[in-house]
Design a protein around this ligand. Structure first.
Ligand code: AMP
Ligand code: ZN
Length: 488
């Protein structure tokens, strides 16, 4: 089956065919850096990360652009009040890294691309699609027949008088006309909020930035444009209209939108105490791998309800995958030498077929995860019965690697195990060395004492034929660990 995506444009499942074979140009609406991103935002970003990973997994080269909105009204307000946008942007990319998202090819800031936006307004103006009111420039939707094509919107049905964009609407020809250039009314001292333009000082409208940056980095025609459902209208409708009005070409072939994340069945809110950020969850002991797994585990077009119970279940699921991987890694050339690895190839082939079938159909994660846990169950049974030899184990490890190149949870889990706390890790490695030496010296009492000492801190040792691994029990008290106190 070919790769298919549900396209908001046309509202149907479309076979994916990029403009240039083998190459995908993808634009993602990025964060507004006026306030810290929450896990809802990250549901959308992680899904977009999985999309790019799956495209690569399917053999495409991917160039992805995700902008940073540092110029919209809210951002400017926050910047003025606290000078915080850079700090918020940094925190955003810290969270990004914690959740194991890949670095995308381009992360332009809107404020660095105002010239390109001015150029677009100029081109729209020469095409006769704009008008000026009180120093601001508007896009006249009635003059562009393609307006609203993304969602089958009929401009004639948009009733004049309907409140759309606050006070500005009273002076517009049509209340749905949107601003391309905001006249310098809100001139704010010392802030990057005002630029010179042929229409006087001011700043670009929000929709304009994505058109300008998408075209600057990806050209006039993109393959995929993504965002959350709240972006569809007016943002993507307007972005599409102004881009197509400038180029006369269709802007993006596939428009993909993720449904929202709910928390405890409703909207996240600070007053309900269920407003979660990546950092707030990690502070209360959540593993990033579990957050990532949970956010990926439901189909992107269905709402996902986030609960702490769901997070605990996600942690168990990742744990199961990770334990399975460790068991496979423990299989050595002689650990099952008398057995043969029947079935491993069949199981991996079945996994591969089911995984791709599910993912090819609009990223069907449930089917993909189901197939992967079938493989875990069969593999564990084969291990229990001593039916798996080294080559069989390696085949299955290969499948797990392929799984994780798309889902990215095992890599995170392994990173967590290694780096929960670098001081702690160094200390544990040191104790493991001391224990190994004690065993070489046949001082088993000392070796056992070290194991007990670690165990009391929630650190569990696992001896394999070649090495000693360690992991943290869930109740491990990392706060109680003070490296200075261990130096003695
Ligand atoms: P913003 O910073 O508000 O522009 O949002 C960044 C991204 O997160 C956009 O793609 C939004 O569509 C998306 N988003 C916002 N709220 C949620 C939510 N509750 N669940 C999922 N995605 C969201
Ligand atoms: Zn955008």
């Amino acid at each position: 089956m070919p790769l298919q995506f549900y396209n908001t444009l046309g509202r149907r499942l479309d076979t994916f065919e990029p403009v240039n074979p083998g190459e995908v140009r993808m634009y993602t609406c990025g964060p507004t850096v006026y306030d810290r991103a929450h896990i809802g935002n990250f549901r959308t970003f992680i899904w977009e990360d999985m999309l790019r990973r799956y495209l690569r997994h399917s053999g495409f080269r991917v160039t992805q652009v995700m902008n940073v909105t540092d110029v919209d009204d809210r951002t400017i307000k926050a910047a003025i009040e606290s000078g915080q946008t850079l700090a918020v942007e940094k925190t955003f990319f810290d969270d990004w890294e914690v959740l194991g998202l890949e670095t995308v090819e381009h992360n332009p800031r809107a404020t660095d691309h105002v010239d390109g936006m001015i150029e677009l307004v100029r081109r729209l103006e020469s095409a006769g699609l704009t008008y000026e009111r009180d120093g601001s420039i508007y896009f006249a939707i009635d003059r562009f027949p393609g307006y609203g094509r993304l969602i089958d919107l009929d401009p004639a049905e948009l009733k004049p008088g309907e409140r759309v964009e606050g006070d500005e609407e009273y002076s517009k020809e049509n209340p749905r006309d949107f601003v391309l250039w905001k006249g310098g009314a809100r001139d704010v001292e010392g802030q990057v909020a005002v630029w010179d333009s042929p229409w006087g000082s001011g700043r670009p409208g929000w929709h304009l930035e994505c058109s300008a940056m998408a075209m600057e980095f990806l050209g006039e025609q993109l393959d995929i444009h993504t965002g959350g459902v709240d972006n569809i209208f007016p943002h993507h409708v307007n972005e599409m209209a102004q881009s197509e009005a400038v180029t006369g070409k269709s802007f993006a072939r596939y428009w993909l939108h993720a449904a929202h994340l709910l928390v405890d069945g409703g909207k996240m809110s600070k007053s309900l105490g269920n407003f979660h950020t990546v950092a707030s969850l990690v502070e209360r002991g959540a593993r990033p791998s579990a957050i990532r797994y949970l956010l990926l585990s439901a189909h992107y077009r269905t709402q996902l309800n986030f609960t702490l119970e769901g997070l605990a279940a996600a942690e168990k699921a990742v744990e199961r995958l990770s334990e399975f991987k460790k068991r496979l890694q423990d299989v050595t050339a002689d650990s099952a030498s008398s057995k043969e690895s029947t079935g491993a190839q069949d199981a991996v082939d079945a996994w591969k077929a089911a995984f791709h079938k599910a993912m090819d159909e609009d990223l069907g994660v449930s089917g993909a995860l189901g197939a992967t846990f079938d493989l875990v169950r069969e593999g564990n049974a084969a291990l229990d019965e001593g039916r798996l030899d080294l080559s069989g184990a390696e085949l299955i490890l290969g499948a797990l690697d392929r799984f994780d190149s798309v889902f990215g949870v095992l890599a995170l889990r392994e990173r967590e195990d290694r780096t929960v706390n670098p001081d702690l890790a160094a200390w544990v490695e040191d104790r493991i060395q001391a224990r190994a030496q004690a065993r070489i010296d046949r001082d088993f009492a000392a070796a056992d004492a070290i194991r007990t000492e670690l165990d009391e801190r929630g650190i569990v040792l696992e001896d394999t034929a070649s090495e000693t691994r360690w992991k943290l029990r869930r109740d491990a008290d990392l706060d109680a660990f003070d490296p200075a106190a261990q130096k003695s």
